[in-house]
Design a protein around this ligand. Sequence first.
Ligand code: NAP
Ligand code: MG
Length: 401
Amino acid sequence: MEKIKMTTPLVEMDGDEMTRILWQMIKDELLLPFIDLKTEYYDLGLEHRNETDDKVTVESAEATKKYGVAVKCATITPNAARMTEYNLKEMWKSPNGTIRAILDGTVFRAPIVVKGIEPCVKNWEKPITLARHAYGDVYKNTEIKVAGPGKAELVFTAEDGTETRELIHEFKGAGVLQGMHNTDASISSFAKACFNYALDTKQDLWFATKDTISKKYDHTFKDIFSEIYEAEYKEKFEKAGIEYFYTLIDDAVARVMKAKGGFIWACKNYDGDVMSDMVSSAFGSLAMMTSVLVSPQGVYEYEAAHGTVQRHYYKHLAGEETSTNSVATIFAWTGALRKRGELDGINELVEFADKLEKATLSTIENGKMTKDLALITSLENVTVLNSEQFIKEIRKTYEAM
Ligand code: NAP
Ligand code: MG
């Protein structure tokens, strides 16, 4: 059989630890035998980031801007322990943070739904994709611990020196204070990324804040979304047969619990932090969660939502067998290949991605899975496979299809 040809390279960002091992296995077993894989390779493994003073991360993000689609392996975000373990020159920043800042993107996280791994919420039939605004609010706040009585005010000094003041509180005793901000530019980027992704995946978009209480701050989010929707997306949504709606965050939470799924839920930074952990754990497993960074210009970076699975890697290094789930990493590759195929008009590539995803899910549905899934599945008589056996089993299923 002839291999599928690609025209534009995919930006390939390699990573660390156990996911780096899986990365190579996936390429060898599931991709290279079937595709004339064309990638522009960037090694984001911590050693190479350290050697290049982290320039490689910036270069990989620039390449993503140039070509439009990237696939990323999980990477270590260094902490004190990693400084010694890898003898680092500096505590390099999170690669995901660096890439997100360059692409000005929004992260969409979606669970991979498979028979046998049932969500805790029994009416969730389809995945719920969570979009989190990743700038500002409480994550870029300024706080003061108030020691005793006094007056707290919010002051804005314009460039021409004019001051705007609002009383926050007359303290009669000790307390706390917090100042936070966001920008119209960042909120607009977030809104556009959400509208684009909804159109792209043909799913409804929900957005929720607390604008009834926060009449200026949260209301600005609501207004910006609404203005951009009316001006640029309303017609496109109607044509695609999908819906955008805004509601209060507490109403959204209540509706989500009763919904069937199959939509995108856009959240402000804090809501997104909390709700994404709730939604992902309710769907079953972090190892079954994909993540895609979408820029307002329509640039895509696909990855797994989990980390480098450090504990398994140390077992692997010690020569012990591992049973690490590669599904989310496989879906990062299929997501990127499908998008590349769509952009370049290579239908075989789109079909390949669809088929490899099906083969992955059928392998699990036929009772062959890694340990993490075996522990939570409702299927009986399952076979627990090691990391390599599972990938080889997917190849068998694929070839049989
Ligand atoms: P992690 O790699 O997500 O793993 C935490 C635990 O979750 C594992 O020990 C394992 O549990 C389970 N797990 C996660 N993915 C799994 C998979 N594919 N198959 C089976 N089990 C899986 O998180 P971490 O150990 O806290 O972080 C390790 C490194 O990853 C850190 O250096 C962190 O900076 C980095 N990280 C990177 C990203 C990213 O690049 N996007 C995201 C998060 C974390 P058991 O040990 O119980 O089997
Ligand atoms: Mg969190």
